[in-house]
Write a protein that binds this ligand. Sequence first.
Ligand code: C2O
Length: 541
Amino acid sequence: GLTRFYDFKVQTTGITKLCKSKQIITINGKFPGPVITANEDDRIIVKVTNETPQNATIHWHGVMQRLTCWADGPVYVTQCPIRPGETYTYEFTMVGQRGTFFWHAHVSWLRATVHGALVVYPKRGVPYPFPHPYEEHILVLGEYFFRNAVKLERAVLASGGGAPRADAYIINAHPGPRYNCSATDVETIDVVPGKTYLLRLINAGLNNELFFSIANHKLTIVESDAEYTKPFTPERLMIAPGQTINVLVKADQPIGKYEMAVGPYMSAQNVPFQNISAVAHFQYSGASLTSLSQPAQLPAFNDNLAVKSHMDGLRSLNATYLPLEIDSNLFFTIGLNENQCNRKNPNRTCQAPNRGIFAAAMNNISFVRPSLSLLQAYYYDIQGYYTPNFPKKPLKIYDFVYGAPNNAPIDTSAMKGTKVTVLEFGTKVQLVLQDTGTITTENHPMHLHGYSFYVVGYGTGNYNPLNAKLNLVDPPYMNTFGVPVGGWAAIRFVANNPGVWFLHCHLDLHLSWGFSMAFIVKNGEGPLETLPHPPADLPKC
Ligand code: C2O
């Protein structure tokens, strides 16, 4: 493949939106940030210089980083932050991967504005496994806040409240005409009647899973998380933070202007949620510019069935790497807990990660970020930054009843820890993720770094090993999967990429609350199974 060079300057940039001006952190002054393009097997080199007063790192979401864990980017997991004035050059190869990816900051909530698309085309001369579209467009979906993202995180953690409501949803940074002061701040895709378009959807938002639809048009999914799927036309489409979806849309309707709309999916919310949808236009050539647009319909904010029908239809085109046998069976509860400090009961300990009402944990461990990256501590064998004893089962397993419809164990109290699971090279893993929670259950988009995983099963209620139905034929291959609210998902992967790999909820508030853990995958025997030395410019802590 070729080598693609990019120069990323992390900068403070002025922006005016919704009639308010503010400073945001961007790459090269752009919001969303610059698009990186490459072909499968190309090498990508990005020199990142931090010109802001804020710590930065960049994560290449969905890129497997084969033997390049040093370039993965999550702060204090694979690297120390790029401090103000420092530079770090990320280098990695798109080994056997193509599709829609995105890059984003992986420090605090900086990804709110520091994100952009990473589009990898097939190898030169190799066609898509579907009819070639007339044109392609990238739609980066996000949440816009008037407040500074880093201050917002601090304020929310200090106040102990839930996820802050975005001031607007945005499509390629445009809120669209339903917001005050935004009548002309609209993304528009001009289309030729009869042609087919490929839309590359990315949810770069912080805390909201999103529904997406286009008025009167069908969306055919052909790729999900940068993996080809059997073509599938769901009634409704949901995209979680961290996910990417490619859809084909045929401009087969009467000439006119059609809304593309984005609104929230909130599985945990049972009080009516008022929101304004972001709207963009799918506009036929020949449509009068002043014509009214056809309104797009979105599901109700809490339409769990809409999400299920999307998931139920997702199938890998080829499940080439699916392990049929398993070496390691893991079971992790995931979910939200009350901060025990807030309870009157004297037997409860005060172990949640912040002073607020909420905490989050996996197997009762609320992750505490170390002060040296896990990867550096592991690679140089420096003791004291983590312990390799992440539990194989929830600590309160006696409260957990397999197969019960009640998904909330009696006590899911969390303790703080920086614990990891160590996997031998080549381990075939099945991991069941079980949503729990003493406050609420919720659809959590779980993201694994360094791998894609097959989603071989999922369901509502508690996982039951005796009757869980698994798809071992054509399960979808994803890097971020929304574990159903109050339910479970079983994922499989082969641990054949050495390094330290973060597993976390891709809702940023939950990540701040400790909703994460990490796998250490040991080296194998051969040179292609061994993590090389770090680059010389790797930031120091
Ligand atoms: Cu897109 Cu760890 O994140």
